[in-house]
Design a protein around this ligand. Structure first.
Ligand code: NAD
Ligand code: 6OD
Length: 486
């Protein structure tokens, strides 16, 4: 691992092409969850500043930005991706300091993917066309698209730059403009990205960053602002309902990526060693704080013992520790409150009669920081809270099943429907089961393998709408149909 200097940045709001000076009484501290040390301060935007950002973005929709050709926008977006890669180590360092995740993971997963988001949409936008229909030579119908306008982007803390750029890249490709609110716990990479966008040639007002919290702060101000045309939100299901209510009076377009309680279904005919290796990732990557992590693992009874023995052994080999140590697999969870929430769920698992096969506590060698050992629980009833509620930490439950029908029932017995994983070498079963799982994304014999052309999003209380490829453009554009009588 190359040496980088570990130093946070102070986070000012970025409005209409410049960082705005912050009033002393609006600054809050940013804490590194791996050390509990202060790494900088963040300027909480006032309601006036949010209003200023939204108005700048509104003016920019019809300003210089609207005169750029698709090719020009594509070039700028590509350049943003290039600049992210040029600053890969700095971005990864800030992301690891802010989140407590391993630096190596930030490099490989978060930051490289953030660059790819821009490179992908820079190409994709150049291939888009419109629909046209000739109605029996009576009329010609065709669609024209235009930017949806000002998009508020409200983001979570788990994959800060990855998820923010997943929204920003198609927004810019579509010619829309953005006011982005990073999570209050992870403001640094968004702040740095604003500068990168400017360097790449994005005109003033097109990309704005406002910092703050949800309620009575930047998140709420954006959700209710009458000049915001659309909101893309990633975060908790409960927050999604609050934002939807705030957006309702002005009928904003919404795209929501929300919580999950994702099942992994492991049939006896799968390749068990491959299953164990991938299940380590789907359980504990990013400390289990990926919305797609499979936290409910169902194993066909005949291989349950073998699976558990191998899975526990490999889990115990994972190194929990300093995010900047190259040997570390598991860093800190996001902060004190979340640490306490996850630890409380581990206690609940015990109270509900579960057996902790491994983990279940903070690692003895970590004196400071919000570290939790990767934890495997068995013996819980299907209706227990740890099986039903999203924990969003390094905790999984494992349960045996006897039949395909039974396990489909377990998998679907949840209010969520985001991602599911199926392990089998039986082709017909793979298709049969995949078609019956109530989930926006189903992976067979893999996990979190992404192609950005595909629709991404959740069913049930895991989301509204889909983003990715053409689906993103449906959201970041408006369409009109023009009919010409012949
Ligand atoms: P959160 O809902 O607490 O916060 C997300 C964002 O919403 C933050 O920026 C926060 O400031 C803002 N917010 C909070 N209250 C608000 C309000 N009243 N009005 C406007 N904005 C408000 O979520 P989190 O704790 O940051 O992230 C973890 C959650 O996100 C988990 O539930 C996880 O499953 C989910 N998530 C889902 C996906 C997905 O793709 N489906 C991806 C990542 C995370
Ligand atoms: O990979 C993506 O595009 C995506 N939206 C991932 C979301 C992960 C949630 O934590």
């Amino acid at each position: 691992m190359r040496q980088v200097q570990l130093k946070g940045i102070d986070c000012r709001n970025f409005i209409n092409g410049q960082y705005v000076e912050a009033a002393e009484d609006r600054k809050f501290l940013n804490i590194n969850p791996a050390t509990e040390e202060v790494i900088g301060w963040v300027a909480e935007a006032t309601q006036d500043e949010v209003d200023f950002a939204v108005k700048a973005a509104k003016a920019a929709v019809k300003g210089e930005w609207s005169t750029y050709t698709v090719k020009q926008r594509s070039q700028i977006i590509r350049k943003i991706g290039d600049l992210i890669l040029e600053n890969l180590e700095q971005f990864a360092m800030l992301e690891a300091l802010d989140t407590g995740k391993p630096y190596a993971l930030a490099m490989e997963m978060d930051i490289k993917r953030a660059a790819h988001n821009f490179h992908f949409f820079a190409d994709y936008v150049t291939s888009l066309g419109n629909e046209a229909y000739n109605q029996d030579n009576i009329a010609l119908h065709y669609t024209v698209t235009r930017p949806v306008g000002v998009v508020a982007m409200i983001n979570p803390w788990n994959l800060p730059l990855l998820l923010l750029t997943w929204k920003l890249a198609p927004c810019l490709a579509a010619g829309s403009t953005a006011v982005m609110k990073p999570a209050e716990l992870t403001p640094m990479t968004a702040t740095m990205l604003a500068e990168i966008c400017k360097q790449a040639g994005v005109p003033n007002g097109v990309v704005n960053v406002v910092h703050g919290f949800g309620k009575d702060s930047a998140g709420a101000y954006l959700s209710e602002h009458p000049l915001v045309d659309a909101i893309t939100f990633t975060g908790e299901t409960r927050t999604g309902t609050t934002i939807m209510k705030a957006a309702a009076p002005t009928l904003k377009k919404v795209s929501f990526e929300l919580g999950g309680k994702n099942p992994a279904i492991i049939f006896a005919d799968s390749d068990i060693d491959e299953v164990v290796e991938t299940t380590l990732h789907s359980s504990f990557r990013n400390q289990g704080q990926v919305c797609l992590c499979a936290s409910r693992i169902y194993v066909e009874r005949s291989i349950m013992d073998e699976f558990l023995q191998k899975f526990v052994a490999r889990t115990e080999e994972l190194v929990v520790g300093d995010p900047f140590d190259a040997n570390t697999n598991i860093g800190a969870v996001i902060g004190k409150e979340h640490y306490e929430k996850v630890m409380r769920y581990i206690e609940i698992a015990r109270e509900e009669g579960g057996t902790i096969l491994t983990g279940g506590k903070r690692p003895a060698h970590m004196e400071k920081g919000y570290f939790i050992e990767p934890t495997i629980v068995v013996g819980l009833d299907e209706n227990s809270r740890c099986v039903k509620e999203e924990i969003f930490g390094p905790v999984v439950t494992v349960w045996p099943f006897d039949s395909e029908e039974e396990v489909i029932g377990y998998a679907n017995d949840t209010t969520y429907g985001l991602g599911a994983t199926i392990w089998t070498n039986d082709l017909r079963r793979a298709h049969r089961v995949a078609g019956q799982i109530e989930s926006g994304i189903v992976w067979v014999n893999t996990w979190y393998l992404r192609d950005l052309r595909t629709p991404f999003g959740g069913m049930k209380q895991s989301g509204i709408g889909r983003e990715g490829g053409a689906h993103s453009f449906e959201f970041y554009c408006e369409q009109s149909n023009v009919t010409i009588k012949l």
